[in-house]
Design a protein around this ligand. Sequence first.
Ligand code: FAD
Ligand code: DHB
Length: 404
Amino acid sequence: MGSLRTQVGIIGAGPAGLMLGHLLHLNGIDSVIVENRSREYVIDRVRAGVLEQGTVDLLHAMGVAGNLQREGLRHDGLYISFQGQRHHINLTELTGGRAITVYGQNEVVKDLIDARVATSRPLYFEAEHVSVGALDSSSPVIRFRHGDVDHDLRCDVIAGCDGFHGVCRPSIPAGVLSMYERTYPFGWLGILAEAAPSSDELVYTLHERGFALFSMRSPKITRLYLQVPPDEPIEKWPDDAIWEEMRTRMTTRDGWTPTVGRIIQKGVTPMRSFVAAPMRYGRLFLAGDSAHIVPPTGAKGLNLAASDVLVLASALKAFYEGGRTERLDEYSDICLRRVWKAQRFSWWMTSTLHRAPEETAFDHQRQIADLDYLTSSRAAMTSLAEQYVGLPAEVSFASAGLPS
Ligand code: FAD
Ligand code: DHB
């Protein structure tokens, strides 16, 4: 049995856990990261691709944006497509110069793992039997097995960054958390293809046959999504059928269509909205997907993970510098204000751009009117633009020890 001690024990080496570990490192605060998957698995998982302006700025301020700066694709706008026509929304002009950057989550995770390894601070991959205890004491514990050794890791604070299916949220006693949930009667079939993107910017499409999304990862790789039933077996979709459906839904009257190429990855993801509140129990703080899930249509999940850990790092800095706990006490309320706005936006993008099985002809006409209004009113476009590039964080970079 190994006895370990740290200031902040972090469970999960996804974007939330790795970013928090680095923010703490920059403030001289010790942490241990415990992850149950292998390094390769964590890096290869294909997920998000859109970084808000604030997330890009945060990664820069943390000194981990070298590759992002070289390889990230800055997008100043996006397209909304319906009834066979693409409509451009100029994000940068509508938000006073802000933009989004397309850069794969797996690249973000790879960069953060490299940064962690360079600090020589502990990061355990392939940890087994991870559990947490003594959460309502001043010395909570993370127990795990690594190799052949059982570890008892005593901490001042535990950060539950272990995603939606992790152990932290379920370890909070029954009755403490309020859960808010909505599931959607559809999922996304996503592919990566070796095809040069035929548009410089993302295209969100509502078609008679359902939602489709055109995105990318690099000048040679296209990333595309299709609305499908939530439990759709991927085997039902041979590559040719995927391309046919993508082209049917996305091709516009002016002849724009995605370029076809070899499909190198495909999978189906269900969609849900979920919030657990408060994002804290005793000395356990939940951050990122362990506390909330958004449907991917607004591209908010990874960005919320980043804003949560900025708030947590700033509160932990105050705690370690002056023994002040007020900032930790405010953590959940501060995060949840931003989380709920992102929930509302993601729900709105999802319900406006997808076709629900139970919808009526009235509902569909209302969707078209919503999109018609959106793409013809500067006020409506400005509202979408400021939410899509990211609403402001409530805490400053300086409060988390970063250059502004
Ligand atoms: P995770 O990335 O889930 O990381 C949690 C980590 O904890 C994992 O590494 C996991 O292995 C580990 N873990 C779990 N259980 C344990 C345990 N018991 N012990 C130890 N470790 C454990 N978001 C966006 O912002 N923009 C997008 O464009 C976007 N698109 C998406 C597209 C798809 C198809 C999907 C699926 C998601 C998308 N998201 C998007 C959401 C985004 O990927 C997540 O919100 C983000 O990964 C959350 O980060 P996290 O660190 O909180 O959780
Ligand atoms: C991507 C994913 C999203 O959920 C989204 O809304 C936009 C782009 C992507 O993976 O590129």
